[in-house]
Design a protein around this ligand. Structure first.
Ligand SMILES: [Zn+2]
Length: 217
């Protein structure tokens, strides 16, 4: 029987999960992890945008851009190195993914999406079942910035064009997540801490106002 909570379907021959949960695990990093959508991430992207507008000249933003370009340079070097040797397939594949992102999206979109994910992790930790699940969601959201990872097909039954999301193999996703985390994760955590500080300040000043009002004579 499948080990996922409340499932009870038969497992695949040697596995711990049924087919459905096996693919959920592969796709989301945990059988119980819900997909983080673009809409889920929107509030964090808005916070980043607001912070950028209030600190337009801060070197924080250019430092992030530089980090992303150095990730891209590293990816180029990895590809040059591995294409002549029998290297790890997943290293090569994740380097190619990085370059695909570089060529098809605005660097700021990659930077902001990664940071928004880290802000979410910091501010709503319960949205993520495990580190592995977070990594998968991070990679899914960043790859979601490009259209090319989704093959399109026409569903005759619904009469709509559907997208088949092509997932990276888990190992490649893990490598890619760690590349993004190392370069840009800290930036997201910094922004999350600033948000928390601002929230506390607002809270304190509301209390001070209420306390003051209660004792006004
Ligand atoms: Zn199951």
């Amino acid at each position: 029987m499948c080990r996922a909570l409340g499932c009870g379907a038969r497992t695949t021959r040697y596995g711990r999960y049924c087919n459905t949960h096996k693919s959920r695990l592969r796709r989301h990093g945990d059988v119980e992890q819900e997909a983080i959508t673009k809409t889920d991430l929107k509030p964090y992207l808005d916070l980043i945008e607001r912070r950028r507008l209030t600190n337009p000249a801060n070197p924080f933003w250019t430092a992030l851009q530089e980090r992303w370009s150095s990730v891209c340079k590293d990816a180029e070097a990895t590809i040059a190195f591995l294409s002549t040797r029998a290297g790890l397939r997943s290293d090569l594949q994740s380097a190619k993914e990085v370059l695909r992102l570089q060529s098809s999206c605005d660097p700021r979109a990659v930077i902001d999406t990664t940071m928004a994910m880290f802000m979410m992790l910091e501010m709503e930790p319960r949205r993520f079942r495990t580190d592995e699940a977070f990594s998968h969601q991070l990679v899914r959201r960043v790859r979601g910035l490009t259209e090319t990872n989704a093959g399109r097909w026409f569903d005759h039954r619904s009469g709509k064009v559907k997208r088949a999301y092509r997932d990276l193999p888990p190992r490649t996703a893990r490598i890619m997540a760690s590349i993004l985390a190392k370069a840009l994760g800290g930036g997201g955590l910094t922004l999350a801490k600033l948000e928390k500080r601002d929230q506390e300040d607002r809270h304190r000043s509301r209390h001070a106002l209420a306390d003051g009002a209660a004792t006004l004579t």
